[in-house]
Design a protein around this ligand. Structure first.
Ligand SMILES: [Zn+2]
Length: 229
């Protein structure tokens, strides 16, 4: 991973992109951007953008390409030239990948696919709660918050996301298969793509992603001349 990289987290709903994204950003000092989280914050604030996005997300559908691309553009612009940006939730389909190509300029892409089975994901999402105040994610089926249903960090109420209900989850998974799987197939042809096993506990997934990113760095740093001798 180069220090001006754009790292893209890919995977089905419930793959752990949010959890991994938070930790990777913290440990590797990346600028994180979860488009879903930005849109949910806008919805809480009651902005026009937030209201529009909320209706779409609660059905399990994808927010229009141009709208999410604008959020991503602003975040990439505010990042320093040697600050890596971590994207969670964008791109989700081939047209959005084209938009990212235009937005990213000369920054290299790192593509990380978190592979996880559908039954594992369903179990996780039904237990998932998020903090209404700071957005931190918890899972009642895996790691419970210390004090019942309030946030360990800020004490605010933990709630379930509308789009984590099982009926909506089916729509999200169908959208994932139709829109995102073709994108992942196209990305998997690139040399900067790698996949990790997302069925493992979060810490094991995190270690696999970090070591793969390190590995990628070493490969990038090998002088081409030496390889030819
Ligand atoms: Zn909180």
């Amino acid at each position: 991973m180069k220090n001006d990289s754009i790292i893209v987290l890919l995977g089905p709903p419930g793959a752990g992109k949010g959890t991994q994204g938070e930790k990777l950003a913290e440990v590797l000092n990346l600028i994180p951007l979860s488009t879903g989280q930005v849109l949910r914050e806008e919805a809480r604030k009651g902005s026009a953008l937030g209201k529009e996005a909320q209706e779409i997300m609660e059905r399990g559908d994808l927010v229009p390409d141009a709208l999410v691309a604008e959020i991503v553009r602003q975040r990439i612009e505010t990042a320093g030239p040697s600050q890596a940006v971590l994207l969670d939730g964008f791109p989700r389909n081939l047209p959005q990948a084209d938009l990212l190509e235009q937005l990213k300029g000369a920054r290299p892409l790192c593509l990380v696919n978190i592979q996880v089975d559908e039954d594992v994901v369903l179990k996780r999402l039904t237990g998932r709660r998020y903090c209404v105040d700071c957005g931190r994610i918890y899972n009642f089926n895996l790691s419970t918050p210390k004090q019942g249903d309030v946030c360990d960090a800020c004490g605010a109420q933990l709630v379930q996301r509308e789009d984590d209900r099982e009926a909506v989850f089916q729509t999200r998974f169908r959208v994932y298969r139709e829109e995102t799987v073709p994108l992942i197939e196209a990305y998997s042809q690139k040399s900067t793509f790698f996949a990790v096993n997302g069925n493992q506990p979060p810490q094991a997934v995190f270690e696999e992603i970090s070591s793969q990113l390190e590995e990628m760095d070493r490969e990038v740093n090998i002088p081409a001349v030496e390889l030819e001798q």
